[in-house]
Design a protein around this ligand. Structure first.
Ligand code: ZN
Length: 255
């Protein structure tokens, strides 16, 4: 990601409004770009300063009443009668809240449009899972280089028996395995490595589906290879070069 693509995302990051994938990509950029990192820090400092230093004023009663009149109908009714300051504050806050939610929805919508809506759910699920596995420090449930440990561990917990070939001689050492969910399916995630790149190989049961050859896709900085064989769906994902991921996938498929 280049600086000019990262900059517009920084306010969203500071607001906690970035998707997991974007967050990961931006944080990767920030780790090696002091300029963007400094800009994010400025944003955060300004935000904190605004939150703590801006004066708050009590709304005059007639203003609060007018705000009350324009509250959207779906807002739960605010009890009137006691005319307490709490009620007024509650109304003002609710109004500000709904405006803020509207602005957020606008941002989210713009963002969806930017991302393109053609994303198919499965690919997105794989992508999210891959990113989550690296961010959440939960790459593996079984950490071992021994495939004779990983395979039975996964087989015992799943309705598929994922292939766990020894690819260390080819330069893809095994890291381990874990259980995952892809788009509502219980899936095996077999984790391999190529230099510093992590490869997640997902496999889940796809009974009564025809075999399908390799399909390559690039999305949000990651490469994916999907295929189906013998009622099992496979997807390998990594930030490896596409041709290396292809080599990996062919080795796994025994192609
Ligand atoms: Zn930068």
């Amino acid at each position: 990601m280049a600086c000019d693509r990262v900059r517009p995302l920084l306010p969203l990051l500071a607001d906690g409004e970035l998707s997991l994938t974007r967050r990961w990509m931006v944080s990767r950029h920030l780790a090696r770009c002091p300029d963007c990192a400094a800009q994010l820090e400025d944003l955060q400092t300004m935000r904190t300063a605004m939150r703590t230093n801006l004066p708050f004023h009590q709304a005059p009663p007639d203003l609060a009443a007018r705000i009350g009149n324009v509250l959207p109908r779906e807002m739960p009714p605010v009890p009137i009668g006691r005319g307490s300051r709490l009620t007024l504050a509650g109304r003002t806050f609710a109004f500000a809240g709904s405006t803020f939610a509207g602005a957020l929805a606008g941002v989210a919508l713009t963002f969806l449009v930017m991302n393109g809506r053609a994303d198919d759910a499965m690919t997105q699920a794989v992508l999210n899972s891959h990113v989550r596995s690296m961010m959440a420090d939960h790459l593996t449930d079984v950490l071992t280089e021994d495939r004779h440990t990983v395979k039975p561990w996964l087989s015992a917990r799943l309705d598929v028996s994922p292939p766990v070939p020894d690819l260390a001689p080819e330069g893809f050492p095994l890291v381990g395995g874990r259980l995952d969910y892809i788009d509502g399916h219980r899936a095996a995630a077999v984790v391999y490595r190529r230099d510093k790149h992590v490869i997640n190989l997902f496999a889940w049961a796809a009974p009564n589906t025809a075999d399908a050859g390799f399909r390559q896709e690039a999305r949000q900085g990651f490469n994916l290879m999907t295929w189906r064989h013998d009622g099992v769906a496979y997807c390998a994902i990594s930030d490896l070069e596409a041709d290396q991921l292809q080599t990996f996938s062919r080795l796994v498929a025994g192609d």
